[in-house]
Design a protein around this ligand. Structure first.
Ligand code: SAM
Length: 499
């Protein structure tokens, strides 16, 4: 049976907050306590180095780490000292700890979390590294890789109304609170909403809570920003595979994500942005772009979709069979693995793409833009500012003609460098590339015309005039040269290499 989620009694939660502050239970302090080796191991879900690093350390911080992060029993005296204001009894009443023999054990995970400007604490269900058991189907996820990916990619304009769909413990909503006047959080799971309520209280956030499936709880409501790390995992509908609520909404194949793309537009204000993570199936030797293009078609939304990785069906099955805490030597694992392979085979799936979907409702009735691209390497962190700038650039391009594009005196962004490669002894380079330091870290190969154009993009000469001069210099037909250069110009402007 699952342990009940913590309650959010304000007076007790405030006392807990005082204790966490007094113990300096922060991301930096925990990292310093554990040291680089144990911190890195914990990131790989290995607790032993952290247990060794804290074994002989006294004080509230070490007790809190042992209790709430590592899932270890702590002496009652140590727990009482760490929770001096709340007390062990208060922590029990909140549903944070329980008695185990002579010691105290945590009944939920509670850890510090931060971005560059904010610090929070986040409670969630105990992870499998604390329980040493496979997860329960109603498990409420803590902060994982997907959570931080979405948080990093989210564009963060100041908005009036924001929505976090499938909030879980509320991690995305914590980020939203910094730039949204009002935040609504939804989840199908009452248990998840209870954790989110607790985390809102603990971090002094006021959210509107709504329970229900996908967009049902916000029918007829519109937002300027919607984010979601939805339950997008493609899961066989087989009794051999548990239905983990945190990752699987019960749909077939990639229908959760396609459904969200098709229906989210009616919940966006004009100019509003929706962003979510997703998986898409690649069928046979089709291009992933065809599938995602089909989802977006007819929605009237701008779409910018970046595929970050592709897994083959076996890799995907292994990832998600293991994710629930099952080890590969077990019968359960083998049954799940087979169910995934059968499910993918039944639809001819040869791969599964993972990426970030950013949609925007255009202001006015212009043609929406569609940009489907791949970026499999490292990107800027946080990526959100580049997404916001990329949306603005793509919107500008959609709203302006080629002539208007050519009339601008563009300049090369500060983070762009040029690379030239030549055969030994050669006078001229064989390859010229532009490299972007931030954003998607684009590398763009340039031909002679492109290199000449970029070299004069210093903000003083309009692109059209520059191209005419280049045509004259290279004795090329100006109209043909412009047509080719426009494609490059649009790419460089969209991805922020020219601004
Ligand atoms: C992957 S978790 C994301 C949690 C959190 N937002 C984050 O970024 O880490 C997906 C969340 O969606 C919720 N969920 C599952 N099925 C749902 C549905 N049909 N409608 C709404 N939420 C659902 C789960 O309970 C879970 O909290």
């Amino acid at each position: 049976m699952s342990l009940p989620p913590p309650g959010a009694a304000p007076a007790l939660v405030q006392r807990l907050r005082a204790d966490l502050e007094r113990a300096a239970y922060t991301v930096d302090a925990v990292r310093e306590l554990l040291g680089p080796l144990a911190s890195a191991a914990l990131g790989r879900e290995q607790v032993l180095p952290a247990q060794r690093a804290t074994a002989d350390v006294g004080g509230p911080l070490a007790s809190l780490v042992r209790l709430f992060t590592l899932g270890d029993a702590v002496d009652v005296e140590d727990a009482a000292a760490a929770l001096a204001s709340l007390g062990v009894e208060g922590a029990q009443r909140l549903g944070l700890v329980g008695q185990q023999g002579p010691g105290v054990v945590a009944t939920c995970d509670l850890r510090p979390y931060a971005d560059d400007e904010h610090a929070w604490w986040v409670a969630s269900d105990l992870s499998e590294i604390a329980t040493r058991q496979p997860l329960r189907e109603d498990h409420v996820l803590g902060i994982g890789g997907a959570s931080t990916t979405l948080a990093s990619w989210t564009p963060r304009p100041q908005v009036d109304r924001a929505l976090d769909l499938g909030t879980g413990c509320g991690v995305q909503a914590l980020h939203l609170t910094a730039h949204a006047r009002h935040t609504t959080v939804t989840d199908i799971s009452e248990r998840a909403l209870a954790f989110a309520r607790f985390n809102a209280e603990l971090n002094g956030c006021k959210w509107t809570f709504a329970q229900g499936s996908m967009l049902d709880p916000v029918a007829a409501q519109r937002f300027q920003l919607i984010v979601s790390n939805p339950p997008f995992v493609i899961t066989p509908r087989s009794p051999d595979v548990p239905l983990f609520e945190y990752r699987d909404a019960g749909a077939s194949g990639d229908e959760v994500v396609s459904g969200l793309v098709r229906s989210i537009g009616e919940h966006l204000e004009p100019g509003g942005i929706a962003q979510f993570l997703g998986n898409w199936e690649v069928v046979g030797d089709a291009d992933w772009r065809e599938r995602v293009r089909g989802w977006v078609a007819g929605t009237g939304l701008d779409a910018w979709v970046v595929q970050r990785e592709v897994q083959d069906p076996a890799e995907y099955a292994e990832t998600w069979a293991r994710d629930g805490g099952h080890h590969s030597a077990t019968t359960e694992f083998a049954m799940m693995y087979a169910a995934w392979l059968d499910d993918f085979a039944s639809r001819g799936v040869s791969g599964v793409g993972f990426g970030v979907i950013t949609l925007q409702r255009p202001v006015g009735d212009r043609e929406p833009f569609l940009d489907l691209e791949e970026a499999h390497g490292p990107v800027a962190s946080p990526m959100g500012p580049s997404v916001l700038a990329g949306l603005a650039a793509r919107t500008w391009l959609a709203e302006h003609s080629d002539d208007e594009l050519l009339a601008v005196a563009w300049h090369c962004a500060d983070d762009v460098t040029e690379e030239r490669f030549a055969r030994p002894g050669a006078a001229d380079p064989a390859v010229i590339r532009l490299r972007q330091g931030g954003g998607l870290r684009r590398v763009v190969r340039l031909d002679t015309v492109g290199a000449a154009l970029v070299s004069v993009c210093d903000g003083t000469l309009a692109a059209g005039a520059a191209l005419d001069a280049i045509a004259q210099l290279l004795e090329l037909e100006p109209r043909e040269l412009r047509a080719d250069a426009l494609v490059l110009l649009r790419t460089l402007v969209a991805d922020g290499l020219l601004v």
